[in-house]
Design a protein around this ligand. Structure first.
Ligand SMILES: *[C@@H]1O[C@H](CO)[C@@H](O)[C@H](O)[C@H]1NC(C)=O
Ligand SMILES: *[C@@H]1O[C@H](CO)[C@@H](O)[C@H](O)[C@H]1NC(C)=O
Ligand SMILES: *[C@@H]1O[C@H](CO)[C@@H](O)[C@H](O)[C@H]1NC(C)=O
Ligand SMILES: *[C@@H]1O[C@H](CO)[C@@H](O)[C@H](O)[C@H]1NC(C)=O
Ligand SMILES: *[C@@H]1O[C@H](CO)[C@@H](O)[C@H](O)[C@H]1NC(C)=O
Ligand SMILES: *[C@@H]1O[C@H](CO)[C@@H](O)[C@H](O)[C@H]1NC(C)=O
Ligand SMILES: *[C@@H]1O[C@H](CO)[C@@H](O)[C@H](O)[C@H]1NC(C)=O
Length: 424
């Protein structure tokens, strides 16, 4: 193989190939094809016909007379093109062929090329315009005690690619890197010294036109905010038209550790109502006992570190819609249909103190609501008996008084008769 490669024929072929390639590109600066020059938007931008020029020449070099794309100096016969067109934005060309774009704006961006008098390409520049970085809007999220995520947005739109570096530092602590994810505009710190009150995130944005550092102070325990609880589930409880069982899981980003308890805040209301009812709980599940029978309910949950009351409540979990159990009077339910629900409720609510829930024949037993109905009927009956008694005794009293009255009038009459008959 080495013999073949070094053979004159092979060498000639290679030389011819590379020569034709160069010819095809018609330039001696093929590696400059990707040259990018960055310029400040709304300023004068200088493009040199060759890499020896610095990107900005002093303005004294600029020839005062405004020229077209044609060369002014016979010594340097150079023409400029933008994206293959000879129509250029407002500009000047200096005596040495340098192009100055005056007050360049978005439309001045593109691929510039300069050509000699025969139209041969001399140089190629891709021009991008923008602004130097400004301060960043930074906010930090603390989803647990071992993690900080800071995200940022630009206050100044730079239009240019940028690089970032970021550090995180407590008051009396060596700085830690904040590991960047530039695509998502955030950075992460693992295991910050949580109990130091104040930390400072220092983030530097650098682009072709400059660099700017933004400092952001974070009080970790005040920013501590768990993610919303997960797997929220709301179940009707068979036989209980006013009850709902609410269960959930810790957010995965929160350690399942007794040292970091969460407190949970559940809220619920009949769909369409304005007012939420609320329950606080340290453990799942919770049984709501005052649901509005027969109504669809909205249920949500949020969480907070139980020990740091200054910390933030999580966002609310997505709303769940659920209707409490309703008695079906029209059809007789078969026990096979009921069984799975009951065992499920039993599993969900293992510390239930109501044994009838777990017995298969629970639908035959008397439920509290049925007892309530029975009591109401008894009350009604008793009330009517009382009313009847009162009415009867009233009638009796009236009757007795009437009789006595009759008796008295009889007596009066007889006495009057007696008096009349008495001699005066
Ligand atoms: C300018 O040239 C670059 C390659 O250097 C190319 O990717 C880009 O599409 C060109 N832009 C225009 C407007 O022709
Ligand atoms: C740009 O160049 C023009 C003409 O030379 C000059 O009048 C103007 O002041 C310059 N603008 C800036 C921002 O340098
Ligand atoms: C291209 O190459 C020639 C010699 O190889 C050189 O004189 C010339 O300056 C080069 N062109 C540019 C724009 O640098
Ligand atoms: C940055 O934050 C400030 C106040 O905090 C706000 O007024 C401004 O609109 C924000 N800017 C951006 C680009 O988000
Ligand atoms: C971040 O970038 C700035 C500007 O380039 C530099 O001064 C600083 O030292 C950099 N910091 C780190 C930690 O690399
Ligand atoms: C803390 O939150 C981060 C980000 O969500 C996660 O990667 C990490 O595993 C969490 N740490 C613990 C102990 O749960
Ligand atoms: C819940 O109530 C809203 C009005 O508050 C109504 O638009 C919506 O249809 C109701 N949802 C259901 C499932 O009934």
């Amino acid at each position: 193989m080495p013999g073949v490669l070094s053979s004159p024929v092979c060498l000639t072929v290679i030389w011819l190939l590379s020569w034709s390639l160069r010819l095809g590109r018609a330039q001696n600066q093929t590696d400059e094809a990707s040259a990018v020059q960055y310029g400040h938007m709304q300023s004068n931008v200088t493009l040199a016909c060759g890499k020896s020029q610095v990107s900005r020449t002093p303005m004294e070099e600029v020839e005062p007379s405004q020229g077209g794309s044609e060369e002014k100096d016979s010594m340097v016969p150079v023409t400029w093109r933008l994206d293959h067109s000879t129509v250029l934005p407002w500009h000047q060309v200096t005596s040495d062929g340098t192009l100055v774009l005056l007050h360049a704006d978005h439309s001045a961006q593109g691929n510039y090329s300069c050509h000699d008098s025969r139209g041969l390409l001399l140089y190629f520049i891709r021009l991008r315009l923008g602004y130097p970085p400004g301060k960043l809007n930074v906010s930090c999220q603390v989803p647990n005690h071992t993690h900080v995520r800071c995200s940022w947005t630009e206050r100044v739109k730079t239009f240019l690619p940028a690089e970032y570096n970021a550090t995180f530092k407590g008051i009396s602590q060596d700085q830690k890197p904040c590991v960047l994810d530039v695509a998502h505009k955030h950075c992460d710190v693992n295991h910050p010294s949580f109990w130091q009150t104040i930390h400072t995130l220092r983030i530097t944005e650098t682009n072709a036109l400059g660099s700017e550092t933004t400092s952001h102070r974070v009080t970790l325990y005040k920013q501590l905010q768990p993610n919303p609880p997960q797997s929220l589930m709301v179940e009707a409880l068979k036989g209980h038209p006013k009850r709902l069982i609410v269960s959930w899981d810790y957010p995965v980003s929160w350690p399942l550790d007794d040292a970091f308890p969460l407190i949970f805040h559940i809220r619920y209301k009949p769909n369409g109502s304005m007012y939420w009812s609320e329950v606080l709980s340290l453990e799942s599940p919770v049984v709501i006992t005052d649901a509005l029978a027969g109504h669809l309910h909205q249920v949500q949950i949020q969480a907070r570190d139980d020990l740091i009351s200054d910390s933030k409540w999580s966002e609310w979990s997505p709303l769940l819609l659920v209707r409490p159990w309703e008695a079906v009077y029209s059809t007789t339910e078969s026990p096979e249909e009921l069984q799975p629900e009951e065992t499920f409720a039993d599993n969900l609510f293992p510390f239930s103190t109501k044994p009838e829930i777990s017995t298969p024949k629970s639908h035959n037993s008397v439920h509290p609501e049925d007892e309530g109905n029975l009591g109401f009927v008894i009350l009604l009956v008793m009330l009517s008996v009382v009313i009847l008694t009162i009415v009867l005794s009233l009638i009796f009293v009236v009757w007795v008084r009437q009789r006595r009255h009759d008796h008295i009038t009889k007596q009066e009459l007889t006495s009057m008769v007696k008096m009349k008959s008495m001699p005066i």
